[in-house]
Design a binder for this molecule. Structure first.
Ligand code: BG6
Length: 486
């Protein structure tokens, strides 16, 4: 994000009483105000079901944002938001609600001198996306005659390729692709964006970033938390849909893509889409051998989870990207809930150098060099290399050069939503999913979904909460003579 200000607009949140609004969206707006990124001509309209008045809504949100920030709010900054924060209650299937939204928007714009730029955020269950878009369209709120109209859509974007296409068809009846912002909060994380800078703003990495020098790539998204209060959603989705098809694939595209011509416009998204299209299609045999799913012990007893659930809370897999740069280089992906600790990282393992130079010494093996991109927490980058232990030339040890965002830049990590909301308010779609990327992502996981659909076993392998997943996941990588970095 630059020091620029977002374009004047009204930010309209559907689902304004939900978890996402309270824990992510309004705290992100607060941070944007704190950093001076929002203009004076800005307002927020929250729309949700609960019948509460505006004063109560403002009070509730103040408390929620305070909790999310973990400290008392700067009174002036919050006042700036509160004076611009409005609330409307109603049912999303009621056309009258959308007439009220229209009227409220007119009043709000007049009061705060905002032009007719509307950013709609659908923080509602996915089965309502189409309906809300249609009602907005009918109310004439999506036509860009006076100002711009943009819609941010939360995931999941469909449950498979077919449902994603159906959903897209519903949306594109009302909206053009350039108005649709499919959000993935991982892409707003500084460390994820920095993958591009690390690769393309340095001369030393790109020459070795290919099949000649890279042995394999590991990606881990481990969470120590369980499904918490999201059992109902999660049990329908599972880890493959919740994390792999979107967040992990997006990070993988940044690691694997070719240099784009430019950093803005469609060039970055074009290159990312190419990576997803190049994922080698998995055969049923590949799925059986190279994809592992499991559930943590106790998952079936979580609130709102089916006691006979077969949804995975852990998945590990081996993929190949079938292009010139990556031919034959395995990408190992794994993600899970209730794992040993929260850690998201990408590890690029380079090939081992020849050992023969050390054949007359006690050194019996050389550790491979690794570049570790630590996405979160403890955001940073580490480079591991071998160094001689002081004394006679007998022993080598792997040492690490470390860069820490917090130590160096003295900044606290953000949630990712700040950057993405700002980008949507300035009309920059680079960090959002384009429809062809969504489709390519679903296409890549389709053989897995199909194999699991036809698998009739009543239970899945399980793993102990607080572990690194099931033994099968270790086997998956060990069979190839490699191991996970835990
Ligand atoms: C969400 C998933 O998209 O990302 C959650 O639905 C997951 O299940 C979350 O916990 C992880 O986000 P973060 O930013 O905490 O890594």
């Amino acid at each position: 994000m630059s020091s620029r200000r977002a374009e004047p607009s009204v930010f309209v949140i559907f689902g304004a009483s939900g978890d996402l609004t309270r824990s992510k969206l309004l705290p992100a707006i607060f941070n944007l105000v704190e950093e001076g990124h929002l203009p004076e001509e800005f307002a927020i309209l929250g729309v949700a079901r609960p019948t509460i008045d505006q004063a109560t809504y403002r009070q509730q949100m103040r408390e929620q944002v305070r909790q999310a920030e973990g400290e008392p709010l700067d009174a002036d900054k919050w006042k700036r938001i509160e004076e611009r924060l409005y609330y409307l209650s109603g049912e999303f299937d009621d056309p009258a609600l959308f007439e009220s939204v229209k009227k409220a928007l007119g009043d709000i714009r007049q009061r705060h001198s905002v032009p007719a730029n509307y950013l709609f955020y659908f923080a509602v269950p996915p089965d309502l996306f189409g309906q809300v878009a249609e009602r907005l369209g009918t109310a004439g709120l999506l036509k860009e005659d006076e100002g711009w109209r943009r819609v941010i859509i939360e995931k999941p974007f469909g449950y498979d390729l077919e449902s994603a296409r159906t959903l897209n068809a519903e949306l594109t009846r009302q909206l053009r692709e350039s108005q649709i912002y499919r959000i993935d909060h991982y892409l707003g994380k500084e460390t994820v964006q920095n993958i591009l800078a690390c690769r393309f703003a340095n001369g030393i990495f790109e020459p070795v970033w290919n099949r000649r020098y890279v042995d394999h790539v590991q990606m881990t998204v481990a969470e120590d938390a369980g499904v918490g209060r999201r059992g109902a959603y999660y049990d329908k989705a599972g880890a493959l849909r919740d994390i792999v098809q979107n967040h992990m694939f997006q990070v993988m595209t940044l690691v694997a893509m070719e240099p784009p011509i430019r950093l803005d416009g469609e060039d970055v998204r074009d290159e990312k889409a190419r990576v997803l299209r190049a994922v080698t299609p998995l055969t049923p045999d590949d799925v059986a051998r190279h994809v592992v799913r499991a559930q943590y012990d106790g998952y079936r007893k979580e609130a709102n989870v089916d006691p006979a659930s077969r949804s995975e809370t852990f998945v590990a897999m081996r993929l190949f990207i079938d292009n010139w740069r990556w031919e034959g280089v395995p990408f190992y992906l794994r993600t899970g809930k209730r794992m040993a600790r929260r850690a998201t990282e990408v590890v690029v393992h380079f090939k081992r150098p020849p050992l023969m130079l050390f054949s007359d010494t006690p050194v019996k093996s050389l550790s491979p060099n690794m570049l570790i991109l630590r996405i979160q927490p403890d955001e940073g980058i580490s480079l591991c290399f071998n160094a001689k232990v002081p004394g006679p030339f007998e022993r080598l040890e792997t040492v690490t050069m470390d860069f820490s965002y917090e130590e160096y830049f003295k900044t606290e990590p953000t949630t990712g939503y700040e950057t993405l909301l700002f980008d949507a308010m300035t009309g920059d779609q680079t960090l959002f999913h384009r429809m062809d990327m969504v489709e390519a992502g679903w296409q890549a996981v389709a053989p897995i979904l199909e194999a699991w659909r036809t698998d009739t076993r009543s239970t899945l392998p399980t793993y102990k909460p607080g572990s690194w997943g099931p033994a099968e996941a270790d086997l998956l990588i060990e069979r190839d003579g490699r191991e996970w970095r835990d």
